[in-house]
Design a protein around this ligand. Structure first.
Ligand code: NI
Length: 186
């Protein structure tokens, strides 16, 4: 149980494709999840992926509890451990046959001090397992769907700046949102 250092963008370990977990309910997996939770809590994060603390495994955690000071307007997301996740976009179809995406501000603990508008699918289903190997399946939308897509991107070496399409809406949090975010690093 420890707060671990969070790797920052530029570290090649953030660009790896993470390996699937093959053994559940092990001391190593429980320790990893305990460290992820401690680290996310200490950083006021809404989610954290194992690669962000240098662990090359398909494990993410997310959740906002009752209220997250970094995302005060968002509906609460239950604290969730998700191992070996699979995401399916369920967003409504658009007129050109694509899937509806929504844009909103995003930050990342591995990209401190910055925010950008990032397009994400509006509705997804995710499946996977908890740390005991019990299956998990949820259909979610809105901020919950956004957080899961962001965290699972970390497992394929994607950081949110790679998803940005409009770089006029990418900047420093303290400049974009003066005063509002003064207490948080990101
Ligand atoms: Ni992130």
């Amino acid at each position: 149980m420890a707060v671990r250092d969070i790797l920052k963008m530029g570290d090649p370990r953030l660009l790896r494709k993470a390996k699937a977990v093959t053994q559940f309910d092990t001391d190593e997996l429980h320790l990893l999840i305990s460290d992820l939770l401690d680290t996310m809590l200490a950083a006021n994060g809404a989610g954290l992926a194992a690669p962000q603390i240098g662990v090359d495994l398909q494990v993410v955690i997310f959740g906002t509890g009752a209220r997250n000071p970094r995302y005060p307007q968002a509906l609460p997301i239950p604290t969730t451990v998700l191992v070996n996740p699979v995401l399916t976009a369920l967003a409504p179809a658009t007129s050109d046959g694509g899937l509806l995406e929504v844009e909103d501000w995003e930050g990342c603990l591995s990209v401190p001090g910055l925010r950008a508008i990032v397009p994400r699918f509006s509705c997804i289903r995710y499946t996977g397992f908890d740390q005991y190997g019990d299956p998990l399946e949820r259909t979610v939308e809105g901020f919950h769907a956004r957080v899961v897509q962001h965290e699972c991107d970390h497992l394929i070496g994607m950081l949110y700046p790679m998803r940005v399409r409009d770089f006029t809406r990418f900047g420093f949090t303290e400049v974009l949102f003066p005063g509002i975010d003064a207490v948080s690093d990101d």
